[in-house]
Design a protein around this ligand. Structure first.
Ligand SMILES: [Zn+2]
Length: 430
């Protein structure tokens, strides 16, 4: 009898421990242990995985140190569009794009999810075009192995982050890519695509989009095929992305999916009532699923009154004032960020869309459902204008500084910047 009691007590402790792991991020700490014996440098990086640490006693002073110490993940970027359509070069810093490998490094980004998206101009032979994009990323990795690693799963991703590598993942945008074929879904999955946005702005064989439902009066949610796609994605371990999806189809996903749901690049409807921003009950449903809402940087989604011309003029002014500072500080990114932030503060304007509006959207989600369900999904290079202070992908540290000013703790900031997404990624994709 006594032995039985001891066994039950042991099992209870074991189960409780694992439950706490899910909510506190100690699953990541387990990964720490595995690689602890590696190099000293890796030991330093391992701390990035720990959401419970508080390394910095004075966040006001050390906001930028925290930013470069934390894991920073962006769940949506459209750089492949200018690359494929205009021949943009991702390997060097270019004026024509908001992001590239150099800007990501300066911005302290650790993981970028590349959007596999078929531009409007193309919109034929979608599946083959998607394969072309995947091939491009594979080729990029083999040509620039020091600059980019395309991770295939959670374990690989963690290992490479710990090695200090910049990592890429892939997410498909628009169910049109699979052209109504489950085989095509399995093929993009086997090629490493980790999420599928069920629709873009146009509806497809899977379901009705937010734009069609609200602006074109199209009725319907997920189709029968769409329901099967959701079930198949659960089975494969692929994240279901509801950014762009119609509200009826959204609830069909909620009622069908057994796994956490993500919104890879979406904003808050209550703050900015636009067709594809998420209403409160949608945000709550995503949180209840254990998923994540990654906030889009598009100024017009953040603020329906955004004036793109004003923003462009502000960006022009900021960039020309700040470029010489980048050269002055070189590799001293902390020094550069401190002086850049001082400039941005002294030259603050409430015209355009100040970055505070983006922080308001993050804040709103946190207050509604808690700290564990929000992240960053910039949509850089998707033809968008971004808030004043986020003029390109070197500017992620400004977000961290603003979160510090709003009173977020170090642990909470680490969650928003990357650990929340890692939790979902590990749980769904493994
Ligand atoms: Zn999009």
């Amino acid at each position: 009898m006594k032995v039985k009691k001891i066994i039950i007590a042991f099992i209870t402790i074991f189960l409780l421990h694992n439950f706490t792991c899910f909510t506190s991020g100690c699953a990541e700490k387990k990964e720490d242990k595995q690689v602890k014996n590696d190099s000293a440098e890796q030991k330093l990086n391992n701390s990035k995985m720990d959401s419970t640490i508080n390394k910095f006693t004075d966040l006001e002073k050390d906001a930028f140190k925290l930013h470069y110490d934390a894991i920073v993940i962006d769940t949506h970027n459209d750089i492949l569009m200018p690359v494929m359509l205009n021949g943009a070069d991702i390997t060097r810093e270019t004026k024509s794009t908001q992001s590239d490998l150099v800007k990501w490094k300066k911005g302290g980004l650790d993981v970028q999810i590349f959007s596999i998206y078929i531009p409007e101009k193309i919109k034929s032979d979608d599946f083959n075009y998607a394969i072309k994009l995947i091939d491009y990323l594979d080729k990029l990795q083999s040509e620039y192995p020091d600059e980019l690693y395309m991770a295939k799963n959670y374990k690989e991703l963690i290992k490479r982050i710990n090695d200090g590598k910049f990592c890429g993942l892939m997410g498909a945008e628009g169910g049109n890519i699979i052209e109504g074929s489950m085989d095509n879904l399995e093929t993009i999955y086997s090629r490493g695509v980790k999420y599928l946005g069920l629709t873009w702005n146009t509806s497809n064989a899977i379901g009705v989009s937010a734009k069609d439902e609200t602006q074109r009066g199209k009725k319907g949610g997920l189709t029968e095929f769409g329901i099967e796609v959701v079930k198949k994605m659960n089975e494969l371990g692929m994240m279901i992305d509801v950014s762009h999806l119609g509200e009826t189809a959204f609830w069909d996903v909620v009622n069908t999916s057994k796994d956490p749901i993500i919104a890879s690049h979406s904003c808050v409807y209550t703050l900015s009532p636009l067709y594809r921003n998420l209403k409160d009950d949608q945000i709550k449903a995503i949180a209840e699923s254990g998923g994540i809402i990654c906030v889009n940087f598009y100024s017009r989604f953040l603020d329906p009154n955004a004036n793109t011309r004003q923003i462009n003029a502000i960006h022009k002014k900021y960039k020309s004032a700040l470029k010489p500072l980048e050269e002055k500080y070189g590799d001293d990114l902390i020094g550069f960020n401190e002086e850049r932030y001082q400039y941005l503060t002294e030259n603050y304007t409430d015209r355009g869309v100040p970055i505070d509006v983006l922080i308001d959207h993050i804040d709103y989600i946190v207050k509604l459902v808690g700290i564990d369900y929000v992240g960053l999904g910039s949509d850089f290079d998707g033809g968008i204008s971004t808030p004043n202070e986020l003029y390109d992908a070197t500017c992620y540290p400004v977000i961290t500084k603003k979160l510090v000013e709003r009173g977020y703790s170090e642990q909470d900031i680490r969650k928003i910047l990357g650990l929340n997404f890692l939790r979902v990624f590990k749980r769904v994709c493994g």
